[in-house]
Design a binder for this molecule. Structure first.
Ligand code: CA
Length: 220
């Protein structure tokens, strides 16, 4: 999943980028509200992490603008303001969750996964699809009980397709999910990942819709 981090503190932003990337997320980092708004208008993100004290705009105003514009993206507020009234205001302005600094990066990743589950309408922490079982918390994939070893990009691609079976993803939207700003992307990168995934998972799982994209059908 590709995440937009909106945080003006460079040390914290740096640390979050590192820990989230380690946990398999693709992160773009905006250091003010203007850059964040520009990013949101050009990239489809899976989630926003929002600091409340930004240099050019109050985080709450940013949040309220997104909700007024009917942007349904999940937003988690990250802030040092631990007063109860701030937490309530954040949630009531449209945030989906709230973490008070300092927090453990592992807790943040777990909250992101919980939001992903809710977004996908999934209740189980495991994703099961036919002979495949995926555990997003530890990014492990099993087929008929046997562990399958995937690269980070292969895993991210499989997760994107299998989280909402029956949803067709274009090559462009897969690229957008797998690569952040500044990542070098070969023009055939997605095809190569698909090819390798099929070699590892078997050929019946990911279907190519010629000229349109890729799909994992709903389990029968
Ligand atoms: Ca700040």
């Amino acid at each position: 999943m590709r995440i937009l981090l909106v945080e003006d503190d460079s040390m914290l932003g740096d640390a979050l980028c590192r820990s989230l990337t380690q946990d398999g997320f693709v992160v773009d980092w905006a250091q003010n509200a203007e850059d964040a708004e520009l990013s949101l208008s050009s990239v489809v993100y899976g989630l926003v992490l929002l600091d409340l004290g930004l240099p050019d705009k109050e985080g709450l105003e940013f949040l309220s603008d997104q909700r007024s514009a009917a942007n349904p993206i999940p937003i988690i507020i990250l802030t040092a303001r631990d007063a109860v009234v701030d937490r309530i205001a954040g949630l009531d302005t449209g945030a989906d969750d709230y973490l008070v600094k300092p927090f453990d990066p592992d807790e943040l990743s777990a909250r992101i996964r919980a939001l992903q589950r809710r977004q996908a309408g999934r209740f189980s922490p495991l994703i099961e699809h036919g002979s495949l079982v995926i555990n997003p918390a530890i990014r492990e994939v099993y087929r008929n009980g046997e562990r399958i070893w995937l690269t980070a990009k292969e895993y991210a691609l499989l997760a994107a397709l299998i989280e909402r079976p029956g949803t067709l993803l274009s090559k462009a939207s897969i690229e957008e999910r797998l690569y952040g700003w500044g990542d070098e992307v070969e023009s055939n990168a997605v095809e190569v990942h698909i090819h390798n995934l099929r070699k590892k998972l078997g050929h019946g799982i990911i279907r190519t819709v010629r000229g349109v994209g890729y799909i994992i059908e709903e389990p029968s």
